[in-house]
Write a protein that binds this ligand. Structure first.
Ligand code: ADE
Length: 260
């Protein structure tokens, strides 16, 4: 899979993409990622990428010419992209479902916004979608671009060593992950749940499934509506004092272990 990231901070983006799972997948040739410096697509002596806003007001706006030129150069050098994402707090919320959809594509260009804004013509004529990673404002699209590259890459076969670990992740089934423990079995008087030491794989699977359900009901009840619960899972939550039929509307049972 190919990614092209366009940014005014290429060193920041490149350094993050050298590390960890993504860095290894690049070395293995599973991911072909090129980071482009937006300033390389300017034509003036000072490599200016921004200008004042028409109509006045504070802050600078990213100019259209370098972003158009970058998108065109990438299409020429690397082939037409399947999607051109503009990272922006005004975009569509990025979710695991969005990551799964993007992971089916072969070539994604990501434009990092900066400063107070970006010329609207880039949104209209270069970007194919605008993506937000959450309801908070960052100083630029670099961290959001890294979030998207990471979340999409780990869904590509071979990128994460253990495919089962991707399957078991929070959100793959629409539930939060169950708790994890490693050695020692007792640490400062805190013991690992006995069932995990029992060697009974059926019991362990059941415990993990129930903990995932309990945790989701307590912390993110709105996710239950979309999780496609089996009858026995509903019965379990009811027996625990949760009401799966109304959890989706934010019902939180009084006196329940809300912090779990
Ligand atoms: N740029 C600034 N804030 C952002 C956000 N929350 N998501 C995507 N891009 C952004």
């Amino acid at each position: 899979m190919k990614f092209d990231v366009v940014t005014i901070f290429p060193a920041m983006v490149e350094s993050a993409l050298k590390e960890g799972v993504v860095g290894r997948a690049r070395q293995a040739g599973l991911l072909d990622i090129v980071v482009h410096n937006l300033r390389d697509f300017t034509t003036d002596r000072h490599h200016v990428v921004d200008d004042v806003a028409f109509g006045g007001g504070p802050g600078m706006v990213l100019k259209p010419e370098p972003l158009f030129a970058a998108a065109e150069a990438i299409a020429e050098r690397r082939g037409a992209a399947d999607a051109v994402l503009l990272m922006s707090p005004a975009g569509t919320p990025f979710t695991q479902a969005a990551a799964r959809r993007l992971a089916t594509l072969q070539h994604i260009v990501i434009l990092c916004g900066r400063y107070e804004g970006i010329d609207e013509r880039v949104r209209e004529h270069v970007a194919t979608e605008e993506v937000s990673i959450g309801d908070y404002v960052l100083s630029g699209g670099e961290l959001p671009a890294l979030v998207v590259v990471d979340a999409v890459s780990r869904l590509i076969a071979g990128v994460v060593g253990d495919e089962q670990s991707v399957e078991a992740d929070s959100f793959t089934r629409g539930l939060l992950d169950h708790p994890h423990y490693t050695r020692p079995a007792e640490f400062r008087g805190h013991r690992v749940p006995d069932v995990l030491l029992s060697g009974h794989h059926g019991e362990i699977r059941k415990w993990r499934q129930r903990e995932a359900l309990r945790r989701t009901a307590a912390r993110r009840p709105e996710l239950l509506a979309e999780a496609g619960l089996a009858a026995e899972e509903r019965e379990f939550l009811e027996s625990e004092g949760f009401n799966p039929a109304t959890e989706g509307e934010g019902f939180s049972p009084a006196g329940k272990k809300g912090s779990r």
